[in-house]
Design a protein around this ligand. Sequence first.
Ligand code: ISL
Length: 587
Amino acid sequence: FADHTWWKEATIYQIYPASFLSTGSGSTPGWGDIHGITSKLDYLKDLGVDIVWLSPIYKSPQVDMGYDISDYKDIDPTYGTLKDVDDLISGLRERGMKLMMDLVVNHTSDQHAWFLDSRSSKSAEKRDWYIWQPPRYDDAGNRQPPNNWAQILGEANSAWTWDEETQEYFLALFTPEQPDLNWRNPAVREAVHDVLRFWLERGASGFRMDVINLISKVVGYPDAPIKDPKDPYQPGHALYANGPELHKYLREINDKVLSKYDTITVGEMPFVNDSDEILRVVDAERKELNMIFIFELVDIDNVPGSFRLTRHSWHVSDLRKIVSSWQKTMHDRNGWNSLFVENHDNPRSVSRYCDDSDEYRELGAKLLSLMQTTLSGTLFVYQGEELGMHNVPLSWDPEEYKDIETINYWKKMNKLHAGDQKQLDDAKLTIQRKARDHARTPVQWTDGPNAGFCKEDVKPWMRVNDDYKTVNAAAQRSFDKSGQLSVWQFWKRGLENRRKHKEVFVYGSFELLDDKHPDVFSYKKSSKSEAFVVALNFSGSDVEWTIPERAKVDNWVTSNYDSWGPKQTTSGKVRLRPWEGLLGTAA
Ligand code: ISL
């Protein structure tokens, strides 16, 4: 990678405000607040974080945890005030850190003033700010939605919601409370530009753009191809993801706003893995976005082409293929990667890619840390990932799950499969493995009441994971067992190492060392002047790995089993213990 920039080298820490830290300064007891974030800036600085990304804190009815915004220029009282954000920004600046806001502009809340106006009558000033369509009628004369697109998070099946008052349907891809904005209307685009300017002027340094690839829908809203003939509604991804005008809208944002500031942008782009199309967005010359979240790795266990709450088996070779092909593609074609295995929409990574049993949880979390801190791209760490937090226990009742997606999925399954225990058990297993709730439990700060997330006499909005007595930040930061590191300390060390050797890890070239081994993912990262080799055993067994000649390992310097270099051979065969990862210097 030729061009060096601050946002490429940055480590970004994603905060899910509701679950980060509750100090009682917001209006809703048991919810995290902005003041809580500001009070942890030294913790983040110490870990090695450069930029804090906040999931939405704007005014919101919280149907989808703030991804349904009713006022882009104000803060939800649950989290605090605009003044609290100003204080947060000054605290970040004092420490040389930056703030990234979450920009959710594919849709608004149905309580946003724009939508209230839009739905008030067919001749309302902002009618055309959203996507309204007349009904279709079937052969029997029954009213039907304009097309067969399925809703993504809702309980109903159609992505279209009927409005009794004005006798038309509006499009709301996620839930009916999140109507999609009509980006074809230039006034909508200008209003969005104005929101960006507002936050940049206030001191934000950039944006994570929520489902930004859904803003342009195919003209005429045609039916989606039938995937499941039993279902009247089908995933419409092909017709609303990366639609015809996406590039035009992104470039317009850049021309009119971003080019006037020094910013970082990352677009969330689900449902698309086509490298040419992705490169059209992130190619530095095209001036659209700096990078996007490519979903291939976190979609590894979805039924292909389907929604997230599905299960599909996968193998280490899939992971290896996905990671190495994106490392290479971006390097060879002047794009840029983001690195992430967790966010608020996915289960915990150690539970998903490794083994979260007591025996292997810490090793797995460190293995994933080693992988991420040694690859090219802007690195995103999700709150709690640095502690190796894992999925909620299987024993939890469905009522402990709070996410609208989970709740609606469970309702839908119960309706669809009433009385069929086998199907319902299967749906339950899907929730236990894949619900977004797993990432949303309160951060475990201490072994005290409520894990130190909120005061003892307050009930956290979501139940704290049972293991907080052993898994918590206080224990991990003060961990001191000669030669060993806690997960937190391993992350800190990994981030230091990444900074120190950024020419190799952030900007260097990537070479896959072995595409045959059933369990090991191994690669070499090189700059002009140095090189490192990484070998990761993605299995719970002892394995043997033959070091390829061209790896030219000089010295193994770190294993996730201990911080002092393993006394392993540097040529011939290496024995890797369960979930062991090795980092070595190379010629
Ligand atoms: O979690 C998913 C559904 O199974 C994902 O497909 C998710 O909906 C998709 O990644 C978009 O996510 C973003 O937009 C949603 C919001 O619910 C998510 O939290 C957000 O990250 C709607 O705003």
